[in-house]
Design a protein around this ligand. Structure first.
Ligand code: ADP
Length: 262
């Protein structure tokens, strides 16, 4: 509902009350607004790197490329911005495919420990670059889950990569796998900048970023967590977040484990 109000004044100019009008905003209108916001966001996100690519190429052609070090610096920026565009377009296509046609999951049974070591191998370079200690709590037993290996890999790459992005140099990031009744809980804990309580529900929205500049500088598109949520829900799992500003954030993914055959 949208509420608007106006005072009711009597003939002697006395205050008689307030007239409140409730307007119902239909689901259709809300969807329409969301679609408009989405188009506006996409256009803006595409425009930023293109403006930069154009600007730097023009400056080079105007003579700046005669200086070899400027040439190299500008080409690096152009390449970086092109990478951003590519990631953005890939994420957008992925999200729109998921939202239009749902998922085709390639379900298989696998050991969650193998997936975790796969992720660590992929991202330990990024941790080393930032001087962040990346630690996995050893799992005392083998836990099998049923799911799409490459989609779940995408989920954990996203979460771990965010943990490394939003944790300052010298910090600590930990992955913990726990078994709780018939579920497997995988936690990604960081010691980073944290998220304000009221922002937490919003970070799963498309393009929502607490700090746009920071996210953009680190190559973020603001689409990662929206995709992550879709994938987890398609697996009938859940995702939750706890965070303390300036202390750190923990993302927990819960997935059903495969029960051993009796
Ligand atoms: P991005 O590409 O911007 O990282 P995401 O959808 O992955 O987009 O995340 C949305 C926003 O949530 C981020 O821009 C950031 O503000 C916040 N966020 C995500 N993960 C973390 C984290 N581990 N610590 C602090 N903030 C985070």
């Amino acid at each position: 509902f949208e509420v608007s109000g106006s005072p009711i004044i009597g003939t002697q100019n006395e205050w008689k009350g307030v007239l409140l009008v409730f307007h119902e905003i239909t689901e259709i209108k809300k969807l329409e607004q969301m679609r408009k916001d989405f188009v506006a966001n996409v256009s803006h996100e595409l425009k930023t790197p293109i403006t930069s690519i154009k600007g730097f190429s023009e400056t080079l052609l105007d003579g700046a490329m005669k200086d070899e070090s400027t040439l190299e610096d500008f080409l690096k920026i152009i390449l970086n911005e092109s990478d951003r565009l590519q990631t953005l377009i890939e994420d957008l296509l992925d999200l729109s495919r998921i939202e239009q046609h749902g998922f085709h999951l390639n379900i298989e049974e696998f050991d969650i420990g193998i997936l975790m070591s796969d992720i660590i191998t992929l991202l330990k370079g990024k941790a080393e670059e930032k001087n962040i200690i990346l630690h996995i709590n050893p799992i005392s037993k083998t836990l099998f889950i049923k799911g799409d290996y490459s989609r779940l890999k995408q989920v954990f790459i996203n979460l771990l990569s965010n943990a490394l992005t939003y944790t300052p140099s010298g910090g600590y990031v930990e992955i913990e796998v726990k078994e709780i009744e018939e579920m497997v809980h995988i936690q990604i804990k960081d010691t980073g900048i944290g998220i304000e309580q009221e922002e937490i529900p919003r970070i799963f929205e498309r393009f929502y970023r607490v700090d746009k500049a920071r996210s953009r500088n680190s190559g973020g598109t603001g689409l990662g967590l929206a995709i992550v949520k879709h994938i987890v829900e398609a697996h009938k799992g859940s995702i939750s977040v706890t965070s303390v500003k300036e202390k750190g954030t923990t993302f927990t993914i819960s997935l059903e484990k495969v029960l051993p055959a009796i």
